[in-house]
Design a protein around this ligand. Structure first.
Ligand SMILES: NC(=O)c1ccc[n+]([C@@H]2O[C@H](COP(=O)([O-])OP(=O)(O)OC[C@H]3O[C@@H](n4cnc5c(N)ncnc54)[C@H](OP(=O)(O)O)[C@@H]3O)[C@@H](O)[C@H]2O)c1
Length: 267
């Protein structure tokens, strides 16, 4: 693909700015990791807006709880670290929900690990990379032919404020989120003349069970976070943060260095 010169390309070369408004009502939405935390809060809001919502995750009990609370919710048990399970998910969702037009890549895990002492296991790191990066890229590749045929579609990648200033206690996690942010920018540019909008949700620390219960209790309340960000996508923003991640995504190098120091100061 040849890209036009920057001057002729207009807004697509200012990838964090306002785009066309995205309608998040009465859509058909797949949310990976949608049975807990941020994904569940998104599922609740979109369900209330009249969307058909499909959520997936590894824990059948959490999916059943979500389905009991949200009548009409579709659930799918899968482990997104397995490429075959991603492929099956993509085939089944498109076959059973041909009107699918919004995909939210939300599933993620966070490992706290150290490279300066023995014990960091490659298997855990690899699972983290596969979950946070391989899965959204592969699912995008699998679902794009379908989404490109829809008149109005959106892909939402859930990254993190740590994509912009990493937390050294979660070095692989932070790197996966930086990579997903980078991928999002490229994908948005490549798809700029298609019907598929590419959005990025950049959470700050949010009070969920990410990384294990009790590790994010200092974070922002999940309901306040989700209620604040969804209207911004609907108003046309393509990259949306909240609290410190809003400052982080817009920061210059000096501010990013200050943020890095703040994040990495022991509490
Ligand atoms: N909370 C924060 O402070 C924060 C900050 C920045 C970014 N984020 C991002 O926000 C997203 C949601 O996280 P959260 O905070 O809401 O934590 P969470 O409640 O732990 O949600 C993560 C979800 O991902 C699913 N998941 C994990 N591994 C999976 C796999 N292999 N296959 C399928 N599903 C999988 C989990 O379901 P199962 O365990 O049932 O599979 C879970 O529902 C993540 O991408 C996270 O990195 C969170």
């Amino acid at each position: 693909m040849r890209f036009p010169p920057a001057a002729a390309a207009g807004a697509c070369y200012a990838p964090r700015l306002i785009g066309a408004c995205v309608n998040l009502s009465h859509r058909t939405v797949l949310i990976t990791g949608g049975a807990s935390g941020i994904g569940l809060a998104l599922a609740q809001r979109l369900h209330a807006r009249g969307c058909t919502v499909i959520v997936c995750g590894r824990r059948a009990d959490r999916l059943a709880e979500a389905a009991a609370a949200l009548p009409g919710l579709f659930t799918w048990v899968c482990d997104l670290t397995d490429p075959a399970e991603r492929a099956l998910l993509a085939v089944r969702v498109v076959a059973e929900h041909p009107e699918l037009d919004v995909v939210i890549h939300n599933a993620g895990i966070q490992n706290r690990l150290r490279f300066d002492v023995p014990g960091a296991e490659w298997a855990a790191m690899h699972t983290e990379i596969t979950t946070n990066l391989d899965a959204p890229i592969h699912l995008t590749q699998l679902l794009l032919p379908h989404l490109l045929a829809r008149p109005d579609a959106a892909i939402v990648n859930v990254t993190s404020g740590l994509a912009f200033a990493p937390a050294a206690f979660a070095p692989v996690y932070s790197a996966t989120k930086a990579a997903l942010h980078s991928f999002t920018l490229s994908l948005r540019l490549q798809l700029r003349e298609t019907s598929v909008r590419v959005l990025e949700l950049v959470p700050p620390a949010v009070n969920t069970d990410l990384g294990g219960p009790g590790l994010h209790t200092f974070g922002e309340p999940v309901d306040a976070f989700v209620d604040a960000v969804l209207p911004r996508f609907e108003a046309g923003e393509v990259e949306v943060g909240y609290a410190y991640s809003e400052a982080g995504r817009l920061a210059g190098r000096a501010e990013t260095d200050a943020l890095f120091a703040r994040i990495n100061t022991p509490r």
